[in-house]
Write a protein that binds this ligand. Structure first.
Ligand code: BG6
Length: 492
């Protein structure tokens, strides 16, 4: 089985989801599991056990899933849907509290199934990871066939990430720990590896001799309604850059691994993170930009978003947008900036990696540029090579940038699975290739921490940008200073 393939036959498993009735579970995990079941990738005996404070019975939980999830997924055969509901269970648990009855109930449910794979999925806040693992251990529920899945954010800086890793590592071996970053489950991300390492033509030009710079953007139109409690203490840097954007950077910049196995790819990724040039001191002002959206076109400002917690100083200081110029100090990439950008309430939802090749050394035509490879993760996954072509017509030669496109949706008839579906399949198959190793997460924090520290000690607030725009002026200056510009759709 290839580690990148997720269509592996699943073993019978008990999947225990902490935070099992929460937003992530109801919007992503349960639909993904249903898709796996429908496609025949769950063994008949596999069970899903949701843990929450909710006080629900199995029947209540099945009713909740029926009411809230059925409309999100294609139910073409009601019998398959009923079979799926039959796999669901619910156990109420009081984490860290006096009432241990929930752990007893879970123990009874799992008893006699020690030979099954056991997956504990922690879709709960990071401060619960350590306590959950301890309680599982004390209840004697951690078997040699157990795995634990940790959702992001893994800490809020290097020391807290190390603490969590230590706490979880005291109970589970590193090979049993699956740190999830759902961007790694996206089709284009895996295609990036195939594009780079299954085609010979890119490798000779994949370096500073040919590449001018790389842009990695994750733009969202959504704001943060209802999320202030979390977002005030996260911000775009922790929420998106430390994990998703840096993961995309590592896959773009890594050296060819010698094998397609669980450690070789991760070994190469971590080397990239360790080669990032630290952004420290006065460089933080020059190489990073933070912004916060303000009211515009009927959209509220960040501070006026509906929230269950009041606005505080932390709300005024948190960034909903960030742009960073990163550099990788090695032979391949010296002198090639990697620009990272992410923001809420931007004019479009788009995640992409743009590799900008250098201009021709001597141009004989007026105009020019593209020479650009765009790997799009969303909205539509695909790959575009932007080239210069001659516009048809007699007379003077006029150049026009045009895309050579590969749309996965149009080229392949198979359904493109959601990121969580692929990753859950990999967890159930015990394949950790697309999950972050401890050293990767910690190397990412090591690079992020000085930026956070400089922002936190600065008297400046994030630059305002009107909701629905491409971020504050500073983000454009960050590239403009070296005569570059962010890639926008209208460029073609
Ligand atoms: C999550 C962040 O990890 O990723 C969210 O916490 C963000 O703030 C989301 O909206 C974006 O994911 P996607 O797959 O929609 O790009």
């Amino acid at each position: 089985m290839s580690p990148l393939s997720t269509a592996s036959p699943a073993h019978t498993a008990d999947l225990v989801v902490f935070g099992g009735t929460g937003d992530l579970s109801m919007r992503k995990l349960i639909p993904a599991l249903y898709h796996s079941d429908r496609d025949g990738r769950l063994s008949p005996e596999t069970r899903v056990i949701a843990m929450s404070r909710g006080g629900l019975t199995d029947a209540d939980f099945r009713g909740k899933v029926d009411a809230e999830v059925r409309d999100q997924v294609p139910v073409d055969d009601p019998a398959v849907w009923q079979r799926f509901l039959g796999r669901l269970h619910h156990v109420s648990v009081d984490v860290g509290g006096e009432d241990k009855s929930g752990w007893g109930a879970l123990t009874r449910l799992l008893a006699g199934h020690e030979q099954r794979d056991r997956v504990f999925y922690l879709a709960s806040p990071p401060m619960t990871f350590g306590p959950f693992c301890r309680e599982l251990d004390e209840a004697g529920l951690v078997t040699p066939l157990s795995r634990v899945v940790l959702e992001k954010p893994l800490g809020r800086d290097l020391p807290s990430a190390q603490r969590i890793n230590d706490e979880v590592g005291a109970i589970f071996d590193e090979r049993q720990i699956f740190r999830i970053d759902h961007y790694l489950g996206k089709e284009t991300v895996q295609n990036l590896l195939v594009l780079r390492f299954a085609n010979a033509f890119l490798e000779p030009i994949w370096n500073s001799l040919w590449i001018d710079h790389v842009q990695i953007t994750a733009a969202e139109t959504v704001g943060t309604p209802g999320r202030r409690g979390y977002y005030d203490h996260a911000g775009a840097l922790r929420d998106m850059v430390q994990n998703h954007l840096l993961q995309l950077l590592t896959l773009t910049a890594m050296e060819p691994p010698s094998r397609n196995d669980r450690e070789s790819i991760r070994d190469e990724k971590v080397k990239v993170l360790q080669s990032l040039r630290p952004v420290v001191g006065t460089e933080v002002d020059r190489f990073t930009v933070r912004g916060q959206y303000t009211e515009a076109d009927g959209m509220p400002s960040y501070l006026d978003e509906p929230a269950s917690t009041p606005t505080t100083e932390a709300s005024r200081r948190v960034e909903t947008f960030t742009a960073i110029r990163a550099e990788i100090k090695n032979w391949r990439w010296a002198g090639v900036p990697f620009y990272l950008r992410t923001g809420k309430r931007m004019p479009y939802r788009r995640s992409e990696i743009v590799v900008q090749f250098k201009d021709v050394p001597h141009s004989i035509f007026p105009g020019g540029t593209p020479n650009r490879l765009v790997l799009r993760l969303q909205p539509e996954e695909g790959i575009e090579l932007h080239i210069m072509a001659k516009e048809p017509g007699a007379g003077e030669v006029t150049l026009k940038p045009v895309p050579l496109s590969l749309s996965f949706g149009k080229t392949f008839t198979a359904r493109v699975p959601e990121a969580y579906e692929r990753l859950l399949t990999d967890v159930l198959a015990g394949n950790p290739t697309l999950f972050m190793r401890r050293d990767e997460v910690e190397a990412a924090w090591r690079w992020i921490d000085p930026i956070l520290a400089a922002w936190e000690s600065s008297a400046d607030l994030p630059e305002p940008y009107p909701a629905g725009t491409t971020g504050p002026a500073g983000a454009h200056e960050l590239l403009g200073r070296s005569g570059r510009a962010w890639h926008e759709e209208e460029d073609l």
